[in-house]
Design a protein around this ligand. Structure first.
Ligand SMILES: [Zn+2]
Length: 436
C-alpha cells in the first residue's frame, strides 16, 4: 500500500485522516494549523487569532529575524493582543542561559511566538515547554526539520542535547520569506532532507539485524515532494517558490514523521551521529557550520559506506574491542562514561558476534532489496548537493580529513542506535576502508 502521489499527505494529516501505509489507520498530527503559502502577508493576525493563544503574546526573534519578519508579525498582531517584544542579539545560542532570558522576558505572556529558524524555534519551543505555555512559529529559513518536532536541541553545560519540548500549535511558512533566506541556510535544509535516504537504510539495517521496530509512514509522507528536490535542486537558489515549497513541505513532513514515530529514527541515523560528534568536539575557533551542512557531507559518507557494504557479501562480525576505559580516554571521563552507557548495549561478545553474523547472512538479501528501494546513490546525492552549490566534502565545510575520519570512526559510540557505522566497524572495515 502506497499513498497516492495525487493526494496531499499534509492536508490529510491536518484533517486527521491520512491513512498510515502499513495499518491503514487514520492518522493526524497534534498541530492545529500549518500554513505554507507563497505569501502570508496580511494573514498573520488571523492565523495567530485562530490558535487561541491568549491575550498577551511574547514574540521572540533576534535582530536579524526581527528585521526579516519579526517586526511585521508584531505590527500585525498588536491590535489584537498585548505584545512582549523579545529581540535577542545577533547569532543567539540555543543554550540554557538564553532559555532563561526568554523565560524571564515572557513571564507575563500567555504564549510564545517564535520568528526565526533553528535556534529561535528551539529557544521558544523549549522555554514554552518549561513554562507549560503554548507556542507557534513563523519560519524565516528552510534550514532544518525542527519546526514540527516536539524536541529541542539545547546546549547544556557545553553539550548539545536533544531535549523533550512541545509541539508548535501553529507552523506558518511564508515562501517568499524563505526564498530570500541566506543561500547557506537553504542548502542546509536540503542537506537535512537528503539524509532521508541514509537514515532509512540505517533504520532498515537495525530492523533486519536486531528486530528494531520500523515504520514506513514517515517515508511515505516524503515521497511526493522528494523528486522536485532531486531533479531541480538549483531552483532552490533561484527564488523558485515551487522549489522552496517542496523543501519546506519536506522539512515539515520530516519533523512530523519523527513525531509520529515518537523518536528521530526516520531522520537521524549514522549521518546525524557524525554531525553530532563534530558538534561535541568543535572547538571555539573551529568552523561555524550549520547543522544541515554537516549532515549533507555526512550523508555522502554514509551513502558510500552503505553502498560498499551492501554491494559486498554478508559481513562477518567480530567481538568489540573498545571498553569503558577506551571511551574515557577518547572522550574524557564524564562524556566517555555517558557514551559507554549508550554504546554498551551494542557491544558484541563472541556469542553475539556469531549470532549476528548468522542473522546478517539470513537477512542480507532481504535487506539489500529493501535498501535498494530506499537509497539514493552517493554520486547522485553529491550531484544534487553540488547543483545547489552546497558542500559535498569535509573540506567544503572547513573540516580537515583527519578530523573527519575521527568523527566517522567514533560517532557510533555516541548513541545506542545501530547503523552502518556499527556494521562496518564490527566487520573490521570502518577504519581501514572508510575512515583513514
Ligand atoms: Zn537534522
Amino acid at each position: 500500500m502506497r499513498t497516492s502521489r495525487t493526494s496531499d499527505p499534509l492536508a490529510e494529516l491536518l484533517r486527521g485522516d491520512w491513512a498510515d501505509p502499513e495499518t491503514g489507520a487514520a492518522t493526524g498530527v497534534g498541530i492545529a494549523a500549518i500554513a505554507i503559502e507563497e505569501s502570508l502577508r496580511g494573514k498573520e493576525a488571523d492565523l495567530v487569532a485562530a490558535l487561541g493563544l491568549g491575550r498577551r503574546l511574547a514574540v521572540v526573534s533576534d535582530v536579524v529575524t526581527h528585521d526579516v519578519l519579526g517586526a511585521r508579525i508584531e505590527t500585525a498582531v498588536a491590535p489584537h493582543a498585548r505584545i512582549d517584544r523579545i529581540v535577542l542579539p545577533r547569532d543567539p545560542h540555543a543554550d540554557m542561559p538564553t532559555v532563561e532570558v526568554v523565560r524571564a522576558q515572557s513571564a507575563d505572556a500567555d504564549a510564545l511566538i517564535a520568528v526565526g529558524s533553528g535556534t529561535i524555534n528551539d529557544l521558544a519551543k523549549f522555554a514554552a515547554a518549561r513554562d507549560g505555555k503554548p507556542y507557534a512559529v513563523f519560519a524565516t529559513a528552510p534550514s532544518m526539520n525542527g519546526y514540527t518536532s516536539a524536541n529541542a536541541a539545547i546546549t547544556v553545560g557545553g553539550h548539545k542535547k536533544t531535549l523533550p519540548a512541545t509541539l508548535a500549535r501553529g507552523v506558518f511558512i511564508d515562501l517568499a520569506v524563505l526564498a530570500a533566506a541566506p543561500p547557506r541556510m537553504i542548502r542546509a535544509g536540503l542537506g537535512d532532507s537528503l539524509c532521508r535516504a541514509t537514515a532509512q537504510v540505517d533504520w532498515l539495517l537495525s530492523h533486519h539485524l536486531l528486530g528494531t521496530a520500523y515504520r514506513a509512514a514517515p517515508f511515505a509522507l516524503l515521497e511526493r515532494d522528494e523528486p522536485a528536490l532531486l531533479d531541480a535542486p538549483e531552483a532552490l537558489l533561484a527564488g523558485d517558490l515551487d522549489a522552496i515549497r517542496a523543501l519546506a513541505r519536506t522539512l515539515v513532513l520530516s519533523g512530523i514523521g519523527m513525531t509520529l514515530c515518537g523518536g528521530s529514527y526516520p531522520a537521524s541515523q549514522g549521518e546525524h551521529l557524525i554531525s553530532h560528534y563534530l558538534d561535541m568536539r568543535a572547538c571555539a575557533d573551529g568552523p561555524e557550520n550549520l547543522h544541515g551542512e554537516q549532515v549533507a557531507v555526512a550523508t555522502m559518507t554514509m551513502a558510500r559506506i552503505q553502498e560498499a557494504m551492501l554491494d559486498g557479501p554478508a559481513p562477518v562480525l567480530r567481538t568489540t574491542s573498545i571498553d569503558l576505559r577506551g571511551l574515557q580516554e577518547h572522550f574524557g571521563d564524564e562524556v566517555g562514561t555517558a557514551c559507554w552507557h549508550d554504546f554498551a548495549p551494542k557491544r558484541l561478545d563472541a556469542a553475539r558476534a556469531a549470532a549476528l553474523t548468522e542473522r546478517a547472512a539470513e537477512q542480507w538479501e532481504a535487506l539489500r532489496r529493501r535498501a535498494a528501494a530506499a537509497r539514493i546513490s552517493a554520486d547522485r546525492l553529491a550531484s544534487v548537493m553540488r547543483r545547489a552549490g552546497g558542500p559535498v566534502s569535509a573540506a567544503d565545510i572547513g573540516v580537515d580529513a583527519a578530523t573527519w575520519a575521527g568523527a566517522v570512526r567514533h560517532a557510533r559510540f555516541l548513541r545506542d542506535r545501530f547503523t552502518f557505522l556499527d556494521l562496518a566497524d564490527d566487520a573490521g572495515v570502518l577504519s581501514t576502508r572508510f575512515a583513514h
